[in-house]
Structure formats: C-alpha cells, structure tokens
Design a binder for this molecule. Structure first.
Ligand code: HEC
Ligand code: HEC
Ligand code: HEC
Ligand code: HEC
Ligand code: HEC
Length: 454
C-alpha cells in the first residue's frame, strides 16, 4: 500500500513538472505568435489583378467590385476610418485607429506602404489599392494567429517569375505559373484570420465571425459534414443564394477560359450582406445577391398563446447564416424588429422600430447588435475606444432568440399584429455623422415578416 502511495506521488510530481514545462513551452510559442513578424516585401513581387484576369476571366469578373476588391477604396470604409481617428488623444486608442490598413489594404502593409491608416493615400501604389486580391490570397500558405490578419505569405517574384499559385486542385497545370494543392485554401482559417478582429491594445473582440462559426453547428471534425465559409460564400452565384437554408449545389465549369472542365469551381463574388457598396460602384448584380442572402437567412414567429395576457412574444431564428446573425461589424450594422399592433378599427395601439423622417431608429427599437463600452460602463461608438463589450445580442447559427413585448392594456380582439425583421449595413445616424448627412442613404432589406389577427 505504502509503495503504491509513493508511486502515486511520483506520478503526480512528474505530471506537475510536465505541466510546467508545457506551460513554459506554450508561453514561448505564444510570445512568438504575438510578435508581428510579417516581413516587408517589395511591391513588384506581386502581380496585378488584370494579369490574373487575363486567363481567369470569369473568376476575375466575379471578384471585381466585390467588397474584397473595394476594401481600400470603399468610401464608407474611408469615411469611417477617418472619422474614428478624429480627436483621439490616448495613444492606445490611436494605435487601433491606425491599424485598419492591415486588413483593408493587406498588400500595401506588407510591402511597406501604407503602414498606418493616416498615411497619404495618394501615395499608395495602385496595386495595393486593389484590396484583398488574387495574388495576395493565392500566395498565402498558413496563418500564424486566428485574428487581425495573421496570414503568412510566400509571393512569387512578379510578372516575369510568378512563382507558385496555391489552390484547391491536385492536378492543375499552367504554363504561366506553378501550381500547388493547398489544404489551407480549402478551410475556413484562410478567411478567419481576417474575419476575427481584436482591438490591438485592449484585446476586445471587435469582430468574431470565425469563432462564431468554429463554435457553431456548421463546424464539424468530420470534413464531410463541415460547411466552411467557402461552402456558402464561394458557392453562391446569381440565382443560388447558397445559405444554410437553401441548396448549395456544385458549380461545374472551368477555372481558366480554355482549361479542363471541372466538377466544381469556387465562385469569387464574396457577397455577404452588403447591398449598398456594390451598387454604389455600378454592380447591381452583387447587391441583388446580398439581398437574396438576407431573404434566406431568418424566420419570424409569434407565440399566439400569450397574446391574451397582453404579451407579444417574437421568435427570431437564424436558419441561413453560418455564424451569428448579424456578424462582422455588428456595432455598426443594424438588424431590427419593426412591430406594429393595430386595433379592430385599424388604429395603431403599439409600435416599435419605426423609422423617423431621417430614417433613424427610435431608442425603443429591438435591435440585434453589439455595444462597446469605455471600461466604465459607458457606451462608445468608436471602436478605438472599445475596452469592453456592454451588449452582444445576436442570433447564433440554427438557434432562436425570443423577445417579449408588454402590450398596452387595450382591447386587442379583432386587431392585427405585424412584425418585420429589417437589415441595413449601418446605422444611418452613425453614417451621417461619419460621412456627412445625405451622402449615403442605405437600402433597407426586409428579411422576414409575420402577421397575425388577434
Ligand atoms: C479572399 C481570398 C481570395 C481572393 C481575393 C481570391 N481567391 Fe481564388 N480562391 C480562394 C480560395 C480559398 C479558393 C479555394 C476554395 C476552396 O477550395 O474551398 C480559391 C480558388 C481559386 C481557383 C481554383 C478554381 C476555383 O475557383 O475553385 C482559382 C483559379 C482562383 N481562385 C483564382 C483567383 C483569381 C484569378 C482571383 C482574383 C480575381 C482570386 N482567385 C481571388 C481565395 C481567394
Ligand atoms: C483584422 C482585419 C480587420 C481590421 C484590422 C479592420 N477591419 Fe474593417 N473589416 C474587416 C472585415 C472582415 C470586414 C467585413 C465584416 C462585415 O461585413 O461586417 C470589415 C468591414 C469594415 C467596414 C464596412 C464597410 C462597408 O462598406 O460596409 C468598415 C467601415 C470597416 N471595416 C472599418 C474599419 C476601420 C475603421 C478599421 C480600423 C479601426 C478596420 N475596419 C480594421 C476586417 C478588418
Ligand atoms: C497565362 C494564363 C494564366 C495566368 C496569367 C494566370 N493563370 Fe492561374 N492558372 C492557369 C491555368 C491554365 C491553370 C490550371 C487550371 C486547371 O487546371 O483547371 C491555373 C490555375 C490556377 C490556380 C489553381 C491552382 C491549384 O492547384 O489549385 C490558381 C489558384 C491560380 N491559377 C491563380 C492565379 C493567380 C492568382 C494569377 C495571377 C497572379 C494567375 N493564376 C494567372 C493559367 C493562368
Ligand atoms: C451556412 C452558410 C454560411 C457559412 C458556413 C458562412 N456564412 Fe457568412 N453569411 C451567410 C449568410 C446567409 C449571410 C447573410 C446574413 C448575415 O449577414 O449574417 C452571411 C453574411 C456574412 C458576412 C456579412 C455580415 C454582415 O452583416 O455584414 C460576412 C463578413 C460573412 N458572412 C463571412 C463569413 C465567414 C468568414 C465565414 C466562415 C468563418 C462564413 N461567413 C460562413 C452564410 C454563411
Ligand atoms: C486579408 C483579409 C481578408 C481575408 C483573407 C478574407 N477577407 Fe473577407 N473581407 C475582408 C474585409 C476587410 C472585408 C470588408 C471590405 C469592405 O467592405 O470594406 C471583407 C468582406 C467579406 C465579405 C462581404 C461582407 C459584406 O458585408 O458584404 C464576405 C462574404 C467575405 N469577406 C468572405 C470571406 C471569405 C469566404 C474568405 C476566405 C475565402 C475571406 N473573406 C477572406 C477581409 C478579408
């Protein structure tokens, strides 16, 4: 018995030592991860999008005027980026406000210009202004961290020596560039490292799309069950919204104009929910595709059993998005409920979420969003000041949220309830403040509606 006891101590001691060693190793590893080791490349190592488009014309046409293409020239982004820097004095807040370029013009940052958001934009090389582009994504090999763009890039040496372009094929050949199969490109991590955004000093989670997906039902250890970002967003095409609630059929075709016929070509529209930006840039099709996504994302329900008790219980279900609804810049995006209750005579006895003449939402609106705070419980609009999350009320994938409204003590019988779920890419009020009143009037998309007689 004694021998066994001491044996047990030995095992415990060994385990403790192992844990300490592992912890130290992890610490070291973590420290190297924290370091921003991105080397600076000369800009001429990258190849212009037009060159890629010369052979991959269909893919180019899909990517053109996507928000990835526009990420650095997007007037909404530029306006907001400038607005957020105004009047900041705290060096930690300034650091965040200067860090936008890392994702919005990634080639610019790794080639040395711009290094911060306030740098003179007219001096940014044209190639870097093309946003998140062909040669950037197809030179990626891995990610060293899953937030704030941790992509590791191995570009070629420019037009005359293009190097390796990595992608999903195991058997592709091109006379122009080398090709290589890259498992990394077939997984969500290539997207997730930019679609997870943290405050560079305070560590506050500003965007968590990848994490929401990773912890949700579309992720599975079984590759056959897993639906990656690409599985929805790079399957979508006009007429095929490819959401969680609609079919996601293969897209047979060719990756190059005279290339081999393939059973699936991943599309490059990269449409999310932005119905404004593509249209503003002359691309009606992508705006329509965003609307098609939003119309296949959510359902609404009313619990009729509680209406007798003057309680209106509304169910909002996320049936289509692979992450929370909404996701991304959720302090700015607006998804809200418009509720109108009328009595027998058609007179409105209750309403909420109805817009005023400026298209602004009233304070009583039920809105699914994120609100950041200054660390002392006061809400802040500027993400540079985001020291805490005060509110995060959004709908997880394949789940429902319930909202209860206490209706006024009035006779409901014979009346009508209408509940509508709306989406727009930003708070109109916030955008007016950032870019000037009436500069951008955002489209409002009806995602779902339910009506019932009382
Ligand atoms: C945001 C990153 C990103 C950008 C930008 C991008 N691609 Fe892709 N591309 C991918 C990923 C990821 C895949 C593979 C998807 C998978 O296997 O799940 C892919 C696949 C491909 C393929 C293989 C055929 C297919 O579509 O399945 C080609 C060819 C290609 N891309 C060319 C281009 C060209 C040309 C451009 C610019 C017009 C471009 N890509 C822009 C990420 C990107
Ligand atoms: C780690 C990468 C990353 C960084 C850093 C980053 N963004 Fe973004 N940004 C994104 C992603 C991803 C989206 C798309 C998410 C969405 O659609 O909600 C986005 C979208 C936006 C949009 C919406 C554009 C539109 O037309 O609707 C604005 C505005 C924006 N970012 C501003 C900023 C500002 C300002 C900063 C710096 C303070 C910044 N971003 C830093 C990744 C980043
Ligand atoms: C001269 C024509 C030509 C040009 C220019 C060109 N490609 Fe290709 N590329 C091809 C051909 C041909 C294939 C093979 C297609 C196939 O097998 O279906 C290919 C395949 C690819 C693949 C798939 C690789 C794989 O193994 O999965 C990617 C990614 C790709 N190209 C990216 C690019 C990018 C990025 C550029 C611009 C820097 C570019 N290509 C420029 C002809 C070209
Ligand atoms: C099951 C399908 C599905 C998967 C998987 C999926 N998405 Fe989405 N995504 C959608 C739908 C539907 C929308 C439109 C509704 C919304 O805004 O959430 C959307 C919207 C978006 C938006 C725009 C959000 C906004 O409101 O501006 C971004 C950005 C995005 N997805 C990125 C990603 C990334 C990155 C991944 C992988 C980590 C991913 N998505 C996985 C279906 C999917
Ligand atoms: C280098 C960083 C980066 C990478 C890598 C990246 N994205 Fe994005 N993505 C962005 C930024 C930044 C935006 C917003 C641009 C804007 O609107 O100004 C965006 C926008 C989007 C949108 C449109 C959102 C909307 O509201 O309409 C979708 C969808 C999307 N990305 C999906 C993907 C997918 C899928 C992948 C992986 C194949 C991916 N992204 C890889 C940075 C990135």
């Amino acid at each position: 018995m004694k021998a066994l006891e001491s044996h047990k101590h030995l095992v415990t001691a060994a385990l403790m030592i192992a844990t300490v060693v592992l912890a130290i190793l992890y610490q070291v590893n973590d420290n190297t991860e924290q370091k921003e080791t991105a080397p600076t490349y000369s800009i001429d190592r990258f190849i212009a999008v037009d060159t890629c488009g010369g052979c991959h014309s269909e893919i180019f046409a899909q990517w053109e005027r996507s928000t990835h293409h526009l990420s650095h020239t997007d007037t909404v982004y530029l306006g907001v980026s400038d607005f957020l820097r105004e009047g900041l004095k705290d060096p930690d807040e300034i650091k965040e406000a200067e860090a936008c370029v890392k994702c919005h013009t990634p080639i610019g940052v790794i080639t040395g210009y711009p290094t911060k958001s306030s740098d003179d934009r007219s001096k940014i090389p044209e190639l870097a202004q093309m946003g998140i582009q062909c040669d950037y994504c197809h030179s990626a090999t891995a990610a060293h961290k899953m937030y704030n763009n941790g992509l590791i890039i191995e570009p070629g040496h420019g037009e005359d020596n293009p190097g390796v372009k990595r992608g999903p094929f195991k058997d592709s050949e091109s006379d122009y560039h080398e090709t290589a199969y890259s498992k990394f490109h077939t997984n969500a991590e290539i997207c997730g490292t930019c679609h997870n955004v943290k405050h560079v000093v305070f560590d506050t989670d500003l965007e968590t799309t990848y994490t929401e997906w990773k912890n949700g039902p579309y992720y599975s250890d079984d590759l056959k069950e897993r639906v990656t970002c690409q599985g929805c967003h790079m399957v979508q095409r006009p007429g095929v919204p490819a959401t969680g609630s609609t079919k996601r059929p293969l897209n047979p075709g060719q990756a190059v104009d005279d290339g081999p016929q393939r059973e699936h070509i991943f599309t490059h529209y990269f449409v999310g929910a932005n119905a404004y930006l593509p249209k503003l840039n002359g691309d009606e099709e992508k705006s329509q595709m965003a609307i098609a996504r939003l119309e296949n994302t959510a359902t609404l329900g009313i619990d009729k059993t509680q209406l007798d008790h003057q309680k209106l219980i509304i169910e909002v279900k996320n049936i289509g998005a692979g992450h929370y609804l909404p996701t991304g810049m959720t302090e700015m995006r607006q998804m809200w409920l418009e509720v109108v209750v009328k009595d027998k005579k058609g007179k409105t006895i209750f309403s909420s979420g109805v817009r005023d003449n400026n298209e602004y939402l009233t304070a009583d609106t039920i809105i699914f969003n994120t609100v950041f705070g200054d660390g002392k419980g006061n809400p802040v609009e500027n993400i540079a000041k985001a020291r805490e999350i005060l509110k995060d009320r959004r709908v997880p994938p394949k789940q429902s949220l319930f909202e209860t409204i206490e209706l006024p003590p009035k006779k409901l019988k014979g009346g009508k309830v209408r509940v509508t779920l709306f989406y727009r890419s930003a708070s109109q009020k916030m955008l007016d403040k950032a870019t000037g009143k009436d500069k951008h009037r955002l489209p409002i998309i009806k995602m779902a509606e339910v009506q019932t007689r009382l």
